[in-house]
Design a protein around this ligand. Structure first.
Ligand code: DHB
Length: 317
């Protein structure tokens, strides 16, 4: 039996393990959130919810590349904040730790949505500042340090729960976005969201996805996510949640060692089903045991550089 302790603290929220269901995957209904919790997730993040219902883009919305990546442009489909609280109640009442994800078109809309989401009893909020292709949302409104700081600050003034800023890798210096989130009062940052990407159908002579551009996720982006987390963890003092291509216990441990306090799992759930959380939990405990690391918390930042080493914080920019 594995003995390593998987429990971690994330921005003051106790998690039974650091393996969190990523937003946008499996999190639309209360039952699906609960399914992820019952499969062993340490917390579950809702689909990104907006002010009004959105049907999303027409099909095709997804293209896969074997098991190494997934391209999607769903168009932020969601039932809207008026309709959503009952789904959260369903998962919360059954004991799940739920984090609410919201997306807005400006700081005021984010703050309003955050207040509504907080009222559902979520443990924390994640701000989608990073969808790589939706007109008027995501990176279009949250892609610069100034915008991140303004939005986070306005949300912080509206709520009491911890605010997590999910930042984009589609910029020259993602860690500058994390620093801006910290200045604005974020309790944590999650990195990364999907990479803006495109697939072309040469026979049809047009993009594969109806929307054209999409977001690339999965194993293909893990090295990019790790680089962002590693740099961010050296430049902010708030916790980092690693996202991008976690499909095995070793992937999760890489993110912890890079400096993440928890990881989000998305595409691997789409590929392998929700039981991946059980496998990841068992596998992570066994791997920590094998490496004689007593706990998930003790692994955080083990691969960070000492301050003045080449590649360390003063060289991380
Ligand atoms: C969508 C949203 C995202 O945040 C993302 O990274 C990819 C796709 C969407 O709803 O289309």
């Amino acid at each position: 039996m594995p003995v390593a302790d998987l429990a971690v603290q994330l921005a003051g929220v106790p998690l039974r393990n650091p393996l969190v269901l990523a937003s946008g995957i499996w999190g639309e209904s209360g039952d699906s959130l609960l399914g992820a919790w019952n499969a062993g997730a340490g917390a579950v993040i809702t689909k990104s919810i907006g002010s009004t219902p959105r049907p999303g883009y027409p099909n095709p919305t997804i293209e896969t590349y074997g098991r190494w990546g997934m391209l999607n442009a769903m168009g932020l489909p969601n039932p809207g904040i008026d309709d959503y609280p009952k789904e959260i109640a369903r998962a919360r009442d059954a004991g799940a730790t739920v984090i609410g994800s919201v997306f807005g078109g400006d700081a005021d809309e984010f703050a309003r949505l955050a207040g509504r989401m907080e009222a559902t009893g979520v443990a924390a909020l994640e701000l989608n500042l990073s969808c790589p292709h939706a007109e008027g949302y995501g990176t279009e409104v949250g892609g610069t340090p100034e915008a991140v700081e303004t939005i986070v600050r306005s949300v912080r003034r509206a709520v009491h729960v911890p605010v997590i800023a999910k930042i984009t890798p589609n910029t020259a210096d993602p860690a500058a976005l994390a620093e801006a989130a910290e200045r604005g009062g974020a309790a944590a940052v999650s990195a990364i969201n999907t990479l803006r990407a495109l697939a072309i159908d040469v026979r049809l002579r047009r993009p594969v996805l109806a929307h054209g551009l999409g977001g690339l996720s999965g194993a293909a982006i893990k090295p990019v996510g790790l680089a962002c987390v590693w740099q961010i963890a050296q430049r902010v003092s708030i916790p980092v949640i690693g996202v991008g291509g976690v499909a095995t216990a070793e992937d999760a441990l890489e993110y912890l060692m890079a400096g993440a306090s928890a990881v989000e799992v998305g595409t691997a759930v789409a590929f392998e089903g929700i039981d991946i959380f059980r496998r990841l939990g068992t596998g992570l405990a066994a791997l920590l045991d094998e490496l004689e690391i007593p706990s998930a918390a003790a692994a955080v930042g083990l691969a960070r550089r000492p301050p003045d080493a080449p590649g360390g914080p003063s060289h991380a920019r």
